[in-house]
Write a protein that binds this ligand. Structure first.
Ligand SMILES: Nc1ncnc2c1ncn2[C@@H]1O[C@H](COP(=O)(O)OP(=O)(O)OP(=O)(O)O)[C@@H](O)[C@H]1O
Ligand SMILES: [Mg+2]
Length: 500
């Protein structure tokens, strides 16, 4: 097909940030009604490229064509007027408002022209219609705060329909969703496609890309390597093209010697909960927490770490009872909590990597300054290199890193604390397949050095690939406990969904 068929065409797009060339001569065409997957390593330039399509960034040079006409997209309004909508990973809804109020936010319908009363009735009906069009049965009157992340995302998509979007761009929409929510999202994407809407879809989940995409474009170091039809691509080939080599193993599992009891939790009950939780984690046994999003795994970790208040229960670290009332207590007791929320709790985005890894750490360690700044800096540099953080320059501002690279910095930061018990919450969210392997290797070496490792993950292949023992949570309780050898996806899913 020629460029005449394109809905959106990019020709020779260049973009740099203070001398750092991030996009180099990108040519790309998006056809009406196709799902076009963008794939590339962390920092390859995917988010930057779509921000140029949505007017969040302006290109340095190159041309953009929309339905064969040359256009300039100088801001979000330009993109909206053309019919380009974006679903970012961080959703832009207002939690206190209802679904329909959010859908029409800023474009409210009025009864008699501009200055009259809001036409709530029509907005409700329209909202309902758009949601139905997506095959969704979400009430237009529901408050957004009462919806799960998956449903909120669907509200954002409904919002895109109200501007008659012809192109919807989704940047890692599935990364915070549970398996069933991902299914729903994929169904919705297929529905949009049927209606002739084009989708640009970014995800590090290769199987998902394979299922949903019509074509795939691969970026590497700011260059477009190739655009292929999905039919002629498999996950092996995707890896090969994005990393420039093949991966010998996705899960470098090691066998460890079972050691001492490291973390014991007895009868822990969170405030606002009636459920008690007990479990023990050992050295030499990576403990995985599986379950649906919302099963209470993150809440449990937050309770143990002193982020959220606990009503009752005891915590022992290497046999010694510890009283944890706040995160500082937890750090002092030798705990590390690598959170999934890199912006909220993980990083200070306006600061440098050095500040985030050393100063922020030392401040928290207070009296416990077993590592001095220089030593920590050297260590930080090592970890940044091992995790292939780009840019690996310790003086770079955290905000300027791509999403996946920020997540790697959060991991590096906690590795520098000398903790004895590590709780990882969705450690590889947003991290590309190649770098994931490095994260697993680091986790392995932590265990080899005697640390106790607990991993919360919603990705079953990850849980099965790296954990030695798996606890399944369901509605705030541990409902199953199995060794790796006894576990499989089906068994875990059964326990995770029992009674739901
Ligand atoms: N505002 C900015 N200032 C300076 N550099 C930036 C800025 N935004 C992005 N970059 C750099 O541009 C490059 C591409 O980043 P981008 O966010 O597009 O990557 P990505 O492909 O989306 O990666 P990920 O998979 O991790 O999300 C990175 O090297 C990043 O550090
Ligand atoms: Mg990105």
């Amino acid at each position: 097909m020629g460029e005449r068929d394109a809905l959106l065409e990019l020709r020779g797009i260049n973009k740099g940030f203070s001398g750092n060339q991030v996009l180099k001569e990108i040519h790309l065409d998006i056809r009406p009604g196709e799902v076009h997957v963008l794939l590339g390593e962390n920092g390859a330039g995917k988010s930057t490229l779509i921000k140029i399509m949505t007017g969040a960034y302006t290109k340095d040079s190159g041309d953009i064509f929309w339905e064969s006409n040359k256009v300039e997209i100088n801001g979000p309004v330009d993109a909206m007027n053309l019919g380009i909508a974006t679903i970012y990973q961080e959703l832009n809804l207002i939690p206190e408002l209802t679904v329909y109020e959010n859908i029409f936010l800023g474009r409210e319908l009025k009864k008699n022209g501009k200055y009259s009363l809001l036409d709530r009735k029509t907005m409700r009906l329209k909202a309902e219609e758009y949601l139905k069009q997506l095959g969704q049965d979400i009430s237009p009157d529901a408050k957004v705060s009462t919806l799960g992340i998956g449903q909120q995302q669907l509200v954002e998509i409904a919002k895109a329909l109200t501007i008659n979007a012809k192109l919807i761009i989704m940047d890692e929409p599935s990364s915070s969703l549970s398996e069933s929510e991902i299914e729903q999202l994929l169904t919705t994407v297929m529905e949009l496609r049927k209606q002739g809407i084009a989708i640009v879809y970014i995800s590090h989940k290769l199987e998902e890309n394979k299922r949903i995409g019509d074509r795939i474009s691969i970026l590497r170091d700011g260059r477009k390597i190739e655009t292929l039809s999905m039919a002629e691509t498999d996950t092996e080939k995707m890896i090969q093209l994005m990393v420039g080599r093949s991966l010998d193993e996705k899960y470098p599992k090691m066998n460890f010697q079972l050691g001492e009891e490291g973390l014991r939790v007895e009868g822990l009950r969170l405030k606002n909960s009636s459920k008690e939780i007990s479990f023990t984690a050992y050295q030499g046994q990576i403990l995985g927490f599986s379950g649906l999003v919302g099963a209470g795994r993150t809440e449990l970790a937050r309770g143990i770490f002193g982020v959220d208040p606990v009503a009752q229960g005891k915590v022992y670290v290497f046999g010694k009872e510890v009283k944890i009332k706040c995160p500082e207590d937890a750090i002092k007791a030798g705990l590390a909590f690598i959170t999934e929320d890199r912006k909220g709790e993980g990083l200070i985005l306006d600061q440098t990597l050095e500040f985030n890894i050393t100063i922020a750490n030392l401040k928290k360690l207070k009296k416990n300054k077993f590592l001095y700044k220089d030593k920590m800096k050297a260590l930080a540099n090592d970890y940044l290199k091992e995790l292939q953080v780009r840019p690996g320059d310790i003086t770079a501002q955290a905000r300027k890193l791509s999403g996946g690279n920020q997540q790697k910095v959060v991991i590096a930061k906690w590795l520098c604390t000398n903790a004895k018990v590590f709780i990882f919450d969705e450690p590889t969210r947003g991290i590309d397949v190649g770098a994931k392997v490095e994260v697993y290797r680091l986790i392995n070496s932590l265990v080899q050095d005697g640390a106790v490792v607990i991993i919360i993950s919603s990705e079953l292949p990850e849980i099965l690939g790296i954990c030695d023992r798996i606890l399944v949570m369901n509605e705030g309780q541990i409902v199953d406990d199995m060794l790796r050898e006894q576990a499989d996806q089906e068994k875990i899913m059964k326990s995770a969904t029992r009674g739901n």
